[in-house]
Ligand binder design. Structure first.
Ligand SMILES: [Zn+2]
Length: 512
């Protein structure tokens, strides 16, 4: 986030250069340099080379929510007897993996689903993958080169996690023991691999639709593939599959997986290989989840809105879009700790909303146990609303601030101001409804400081979001979410993110 606001605009995907394309690769573990505005000069070549490193998240370094319990067996979820060797061509050295059965069943299910539901306006129907599916590990020798070298080295595959090759009509997954898919599955659940597979099938559909000739920007292809993955998961999670039954924990896992393969902060969506921020990617996934495959197929002609992801100043780029937590290393007397300038912005915004001062400040506490005030309202394990003050557990915030980014604190503090605002206006919302309303309202505040379009002229604060901030908020939301619908406390990750996105994209009017 920035203390000096620079207004951005929602980018509607209409005019953009075509992306040359032979192979659809996924997340790179060596991200391209973050975009620097053409009109911003670097102070020195050395500085330009060093900037932005701390938030140029790679697929591996992207922050991870806490692990949830992964079922030891998928027996109850699978309605078919499957194994990897029957559904994938296995290459390289391989040990059984935790995701094997769910991934194999997912491949069968996606095929069945597409055979039932996919048809182009020209009447082309799903006919299966000519080249099949490959799960490749270390030592794989026969990964298709896809128009380049005769074969793709396994080491190169590890940079992309997965790819679809239209020449061979084949999907290839990095199945290695140290790969992102194995890592995500082990930490969060096997659905991480399944949703990546479904995404690759989305690219295979694009080949049938004639979209992979280089004329369509990569970001639009990726949005559509994310949507297809969401559509498949939505059906499987709502009992529509004859092959497997997915549930809310799988949806949560999928959201984590998508967030982990986002573009690094600062990468413009319309760079040749731009795949989109986590906010945009999850948005497309949620559209598919809720509206189904037919809507996904319209997304090239009617793209979803995308949020700005470019750094707008050199200073912001150098800091990777992250404001320092406090002023410990800043001799500037004008320096303000993050919680102070965030709190002042929140105070101004919500005071203008209700037409009178909210009357809150914010402050850190050295541990949760030290938060002690009369009529305390704990909003979660980290933030407590006290009379006149939003107090946060600094010992919980600091590691997350360093790991994920500064805007986790923006989200957490906003919870306090929103709760006070709801109390002032006498909101009758309770329990999960109140939580989701809060997420939407926080999104409305984020919209105000991100887009500037609806910024109240009475606003004097110049705090603004930076590339990566929206994804940091999503990361915090997932960490605070219920693991499943069975825990009706904080809202599921899917519902909370949907509410937050509603506020970001629609502002206050969309929440109330
Ligand atoms: Zn893709």
């Amino acid at each position: 986030m920035r203390r000096t606001v620079l207004l951005g605009l929602i980018i509607t995907a209409t005019a953009c250069a075509p992306a040359p394309l032979a192979v659809i690769r996924e997340a790179s573990t060596t991200p391209p340099p973050a975009a620097i505005p053409d009109d911003v000069e670097a102070t020195s070549p050395e500085d330009a080379g060093a900037g932005g490193a701390d938030e140029s998240a790679t697929a591996e370094s992207a922050a991870e929510p806490e692990a949830i319990e992964v079922p030891e067996s998928d027996e109850d979820r699978l309605m078919v007897d499957v194994d990897m060797a029957a559904t994938f061509e296995l290459q390289g050295e391989r040990e059984p993996r935790s995701y094997d059965r769910l991934l194999a069943a997912s491949a069968i299910d996606v095929e069945e689903w597409l055979a039932t539901e996919f048809v182009t306006p020209e009447g082309i129907q799903w006919d299966g993958l000519r080249g099949g599916r490959i799960a490749a590990g270390p030592g794989a020798r026969d990964i298709p080169g896809c128009g380049g070298a005769p074969v793709t080295a396994y080491e190169d595959l590890t940079l992309y996690v997965a790819f679809y090759c239209p020449i061979d009509d084949v999907i290839v997954l990095d199945d290695g023991p140290d790969g992102l898919l194995e890592h995500l599955s082990r930490e969060h659940g096997a659905a991480a691999t399944a949703v990546v597979l479904a995404h690759e099938y989305g690219h295979a559909l694009q080949e049938r639709m004639g979209l992979l000739d280089g004329s369509v920007p990569t970001i639009l292809l990726e949005q559509q593939a994310d949507c297809v993955a969401g559509a498949w998961l939505g059906r499987a999670a709502s009992g529509g599959s004859n092959v497997l039954q997915l549930d809310e924990s799988d949806v949560r896992t999928s959201l984590i997986a998508i967030l982990n393969v986002r573009d690094p902060a600062g990468v413009d969506q319309f760079e040749p290989n731009g795949h989109g921020s986590g906010f945009d990617r999850i948005g497309a996934f949620q559209v598919g989840f809720e509206e189904g495959l037919d809507t996904c197929l319209t997304l090239i002609d009617a793209p979803l809105d995308l949020m700005p992801n470019r750094f707008l100043s050199y200073d912001d780029y150098v800091r990777g879009g992250n404001a320092p937590y406090d002023c410990a290393f800043d001799p500037d007397p004008a320096c303000r700790p993050s919680w102070e300038f965030l709190g002042e912005d929140l105070e101004e915004f919500w005071s203008l909303v209700i037409g009178e001062p909210i009357g809150l400040t914010s402050s850190p506490a050295p541990g949760r146990a030290s938060i002690d005030c009369p009529r305390a309202i704990p909003l979660n394990d980290i933030v407590t609303l006290c009379p006149g003050e939003v107090v946060f557990d600094e010992t919980a915030v600091l590691p997350t601030y360093d790991e994920v980014g500064d805007f986790i604190l923006g989200y957490l503090l906003a919870l306090g101001w929103v709760e006070e605002t709801l109390a002032r206006v006498g909101s009758p919302a309770v329990s999960e409804d109140r939580v989701l309303l809060s997420d939407c309202l926080i999104g409305a505040w984020v919209s105000d400081i991100t887009l500037g379009l609806d910024r109240d002229p009475a606003r004097t604060s110049t705090v603004g979001t930076s590339p990566g901030d929206l994804d940091e908020a999503l990361e915090m939301i997932i960490r605070l979410s219920d693991p499943s619908t069975a825990t009706d406390r904080s809202g599921t990750a899917f519902d909370k993110i949907a509410a937050f996105r509603t506020g970001v994209l629609g502002g206050l009017d969309a929440c109330v």
